[in-house]
Design a binder for this molecule. Structure first.
Ligand code: MG
Length: 377
């Protein structure tokens, strides 16, 4: 029996995780947490009967307390003796502290929340190093990183020459720069392949998401930036490629369905029968194409990677700003072009600091949120 807890149970990844749980054998949901969606949480509590839950205090009285269910905060959930796997499916930086607490407690953490990973990278790396013996392990849910991780089974990192992370190109790949800057949210939200939350769909349209994935690979796999490349692969069938020093390459293929990497993260280190409809029929795919990223069209990509390489503390500020800017764009309060415009200002105006404390990093994230809010007027 694998006992799991989910932080962010009402979001896109959280709900898909529970769909996966429905199909897998021997998985028990011990705790469910989300920020404010009490309607969904109540339905989930009724169905999965977890022992613990969490929600923002404003909504505590909206939760149906059935059969002695107990409320714990996210850090308490993360360190529960009774769980084998913590699934971090929340958005923004709310996943960072539970991730750190769970790893410190020697838990396995399946992480879909890239903001936490990108911002908390150095701290997470350090804990993983210190807690190696205790069973602490970080399991990627992001499809590209799951692909790399699956390709690395039975391989050694010393024999890797480079990683290639594929990108669908997002919803705006065929639009002109002029059209992109004034695109409407409805169009930008039409992702060609993946079904994801709104924030990440817009981050895919700017390629901000792809830049975070390159940084995520650098943190998860300890591979330097000059060995991680990203290319456009519109069909989203090849999820990533590992090139080895002997001239061999391994790729992982699958339909663009987040339930596949989610089920692998839960079943790991084995595989379970999941859904025969999921098996890819290459003859039906007609063609698989690859092309370079158009840096002029998507300048955020290089900007964010460049901020990560500098490691001057500007990266958390860019993430904080992105949260505000994308939500403002979705609410019709700013144009799409404003997202890059404000990010570029932060990049140019940031004064280098040697921020190595977790609190400083969180402060930089907040600073980015405030800066972006002011820029929106
Ligand atoms: Mg991804």
């Amino acid at each position: 029996m694998k006992r799991i807890a989910i932080i962010g149970s009402s979001g896109s990844i959280g709900q898909q995780t529970l769909e996966v749980v429905d199909k897998l054998k021997n998985v028990k949901v011990i705790a469910l947490s989300n920020n404010q969606n009490h309607t969904t949480l109540n339905k989930q509590i009724k169905k999965y009967k977890p022992k613990y839950f969490n929600i923002h205090e404003k909504y505590l009285n909206k939760v149906n307390r059935v059969s002695n269910i107990q409320q714990l905060n996210n850090e308490e959930i993360a360190s529960l003796e009774e769980i084998d796997l913590l699934i971090v499916a929340s958005t923004g930086i709310t996943g960072l502290k539970p991730t750190i607490v769970a790893l410190q407690a020697g838990k396995k953490v399946a992480i879909a929340n890239k903001e936490s990973l990108v911002i908390g990278g150095p701290f997470i790396k350090q804990i993983l190093e210190e807690k190696k013996e205790s069973g602490a392990e970080l399991i990627p849910i992001d499809s590209e990183h799951s692909a790399i991780w699956q390709c690395m089974t039975g391989e050694s990192w010393e024999t890797v020459s480079s990683l290639i992370i594929t990108a669908s190109g997002g919803s705006l790949i065929d639009k002109s720069i002029k059209d992109i800057n004034t695109i409407k949210p409805e169009l930008a939200l039409k992702h060609p392949n993946w079904s994801m939350g709104d924030k990440i769909t817009i981050d895919s349209a700017t390629l901000f998401n792809k830049a975070l994935e390159v940084i995520e690979a650098n943190i998860l796999f300890n591979i330097p930036f000059n060995k991680i490349h990203s290319i456009i692969h519109r069909e989203s069938i090849v999820h990533s490629i590992v090139n080895f020093i002997d001239g061999s390459s391994k790729a992982q293929l699958g339909h663009p369905d987040m339930k596949i990497p989610i089920q692998y993260a839960i079943s790991y280190p084995t595989r379970q029968y999941f859904d025969s409809k999921n098996i890819i029929e290459l003859l039906n795919e007609k063609k698989l194409t690859f092309e370079p990223i158009d840096q002029k069209k998507f300048p955020i990509y290089e900007l964010v990677i460049s901020a990560a390489k500098k490691s001057d503390g500007s990266l958390p500020a860019l993430l904080g700003a992105d949260e505000i800017l994308v939500n403002a764009f979705l609410a019709g309060r700013c144009e799409f072009g404003k997202i890059y415009e404000v990010q570029k200002k932060i990049y140019d105006q940031w004064h280098a600091t040697d921020q190595l404390e977790l609190d400083n990093v969180l402060d930089a994230y907040k600073w980015g949120e405030i800066f972006a809010t002011k820029q929106l007027g």
